[in-house]
Design a protein around this ligand. Sequence first.
Ligand code: 5GP
Length: 210
Amino acid sequence: MPISNDGIMVILSSPSGAGKTTLVNLLSNQDNFKVSISHTTRQPRPKEVPNKDYYFVNNDEFKRLIKNEEFLEYAKVFDNYYGTTRTPVINFLNEGKNVLFDIDWQGADQIKNKKLDYKLITFFILPPSKEILFKRLSNRDMKDKLIAEERMQQFERDVLHWINYDYVVVNDELNSCFTKIKNLINAELNNGSKDYDIDYIRSHVEKLTS
Ligand code: 5GP
């Protein structure tokens, strides 16, 4: 629970396919957590709900928001722009609500460098192995296989950013990964002891990148 009356910021980043979106959904059901809704120039996917999953905007609108300095952070990810507008986030935090961000490492770096007056905890989620990641990314048809191969190459580059996060968590089993994140947030807020083994993470990253 927050030490002061302000909310805290929790960032979850991960290479594509590590199961981050499901974790964000689980965490958002926690008391007092609000998910920051990003703007994006990418096209909605079939099951996505506008203004809930994302604010879908065109390039001109995105550029206007940049020019008006409305973004707390923004970045280009896989050929599209994504960004977090400042006002809703700050309002939530001032109301004492915790804000959860599902953003990439570029956005996490930008928010970290802003050194805002709110507590920030950053998590990087990793898959259990490259083989499992490839399975998660692939579907049956050829087009998906090609996309999966591209995303695997992107994975090799993205994973290198693990070092800039407060915690790296391996998503081998959804519920245990969720519990680990929840416990680390509680330990951070209450100055409790943290169940975190950086040497294990370091060797896991070595395996994923070898
Ligand atoms: P997707 O298109 O699969 O929803 O998201 C692609 C990537 O963009 C994910 O890694 C996601 O975390 C990231 N992303 C989503 N919203 C934002 C945002 O507002 N800012 C940044 N920097 N990345 C974002």
